[in-house]
Design a protein around this ligand. Structure first.
Ligand code: UDP
Length: 323
C-alpha cells in the first residue's frame, strides 16, 4: 500500500538517495531540509515528481508535516569538516531535532528510523564492531559534537520506544560513498577522487595505516529500507565489512582514475579512529541483507559524478580536515 513518508535531511547525500528509493517503491515523500549542508541540486531531478515535496525547515524548531506513516530522521551535518564547522548546530539537531521528529512519529502513530553512526563506537577496542559494543568515545574532544549527539539520539529513540511505544529503528551507518557525496565536505573518498582527477597530490592523514570499510550508497539504502520494514528496535550495523587501510584506498582511487598523482602525508586529526569495520551478522540474519558492490565497482560507478564535479568547479580544492 502506498505510504506517506517524512525524510529529514532529504537534500543530503543519503537523504536524497533514500527519497529516490522510496519514490521508486510507490511512496509519497515529504522531504525536509534546512540546507545547512544539504544541496537542493541532489533533488533537482524530482522537480516534476508529484509525489515529492520539499519543505525548507530546521527540525530543531517544532513543525507538523501532517499525517505521515513513517519518519526517516537523516538530518545532521555528517562529515568531520561539516560538524567541526557547525558544532553547536550538530548537537542541537541531534537533541531538539530528534525529539521534534520523534514527537511527529508519536502523534501520527508512525514508524521511525534514526540514522545513527559507527561513530557511536568511537575509537573501538572491539574489532570488528558488534552492535552490543558500547564504544570508546571521547566526550569532550573535537568529534564529540557529532558522536555524543548521535549517542544522545539513540537514547532518545529508545526512550520513545520504551515509554511511548513508538515503533522505532536505529541504523548504525558505516562509511558510505557514491554519487552526490559533496565534493567539498572533506571526506576521504571525495577528497581522493577529486585530487586524483585534478592531478593534485592525494592527502593521507597520518601514515595511512588507519582502516575504514566503505559501503556503496545503493547497498546502504537497501539495508536501511529493509530495516525500516522489520520488527527490530535495537541498533543494526549497515556497512560493508571489506576493510581497507587509507593508503590502500588511495592506491585504489589512483588505479580507478588512472591518475599519476603523488601521495603526501599530513598530520592525523584528533581522535581519528584507528580502525573501523562492521560486524554485519545481525543485518545478514534478520534482514537477509549483504552488500554487493566492491570498492572498485563503487568507485567506477562514482567516476562520472566526480568528473562532472571537477568540471563544474575547475578550481575545486579538497578541504583539509579542520579537527
Ligand atoms: N582522510 C585522509 N585524507 C583525506 C581525508 C580523510 O587520510 O583527505 C582519512 C581520515 O583521517 C580518516 C579516514 O580518512 O582516517 C576517513 O575519513 P572521513 O573524513 O572520510 O570519515 P571518518 O571515518 O573519519 O568519519
Amino acid at each position: 500500500m502506498p505510504k506517506k513518508i517524512l525524510v529529514t535531511g532529504a537534500a543530503g547525500f543519503l537523504g536524497s538517495h533514500l527519497c529516490d528509493a522510496l519514490l521508486a517503491d510507490g511512496c509519497t515523500v515529504v522531504g525536509v531540509d534546512n540546507l545547512c549542508t544539504g544541496n537542493p541540486v541532489n533533488l533537482r531531478h524530482l522537480a516534476g515528481e508529484s509525489r515529492f515535496s520539499l519543505i525548507e525547515q530546521d527540525i530543531c524548531h517544532p513543525f507538523d508535516p501532517g499525517k505521515v506513516d513513517f519518519v526517516f530522521n537523516f538530518a545532521s551535518p555528517a562529515s568531520p569538516v561539516d560538524y567541526a564547522r557547525l558544532g553547536v548546530e550538530t548537537l542541537l539537531v541531534g537533541s531538539a531535532g530528534t525529539f521534534n521528529t520523534l514527537d511527529i512519529a508519536r502523534k501520527y502513530s508512525a514508524g521511525y528510523l534514526h540514522a545513527s553512526t559507527s561513530e557511536c563506537y568511537g575509537d573501538p577496542e572491539v574489532h570488528p564492531q558488534v552492535e552490543t559494543y558500547w564504544g570508546n568515545v571521547n566526550p569532550i574532544g573535537l568529534r564529540s559534537v557529532y558522536d555524543e549527539a548521535k549517542r544522545f539520539s539513540e537514547a532518545s529513540v529508545m526512550a520513545y520506544h520504551r515509554y511511548y511505544g513508538v515503533k522505532t529503528h536505529l541504523v548504525r551507518i558505516f562509511n558510505t560513498y557514491g554519487p552526490r557525496l559533496q565534493p567539498n565536505d572533506g571526506r576521504v573518498i571525495s577528497n581522493f577522487m577529486i585530487q586524483a582527477l585534478q592531478g593534485e597530490p592525494l592527502t593521507i592523514y597520518g601514515d595511512g595505516s588507519q582502516t575504514r570499510s566503505f559501503c556503496y550508497v545503493s547497498d546502504l539504502i537497501d539495508g536501511i529500507v529493509r530495516l525500516s520494514r522489520s520488527q527490530e528496535h535495537l541498533p543494526v550495523n549497515i556497512g560493508n565489512p571489506d576493510e581497507w587501510t587509507i593508503l590502500e584506498c588511495a592506491q585504489e582511487v589512483l588505479s580507478v582514475t588512472g591518475s599519476k598523482s603523488e601521495i603526501v602525508l599530513k598530520p592525523l586529526p584528533q581522535d581519528d579512529p584507528t580502525r573501523r569495520r562492521p560486524d554485519i551478522t545481525k543485518a545478514r540474519t534478520i534482514l537477509g541483507w549483504d552488500p554487493k558492490i566492491t570498492l572498485r565497482q563503487g568507485l567506477e560507478e562514482s567516476l562520472d559524478y566526480f568528473k562532472a564535479s571537477v568540471a563544474k568547479a575547475s578550481s575545486l580544492t579538497a578541504p583539509e580536515k579542520v579537527l
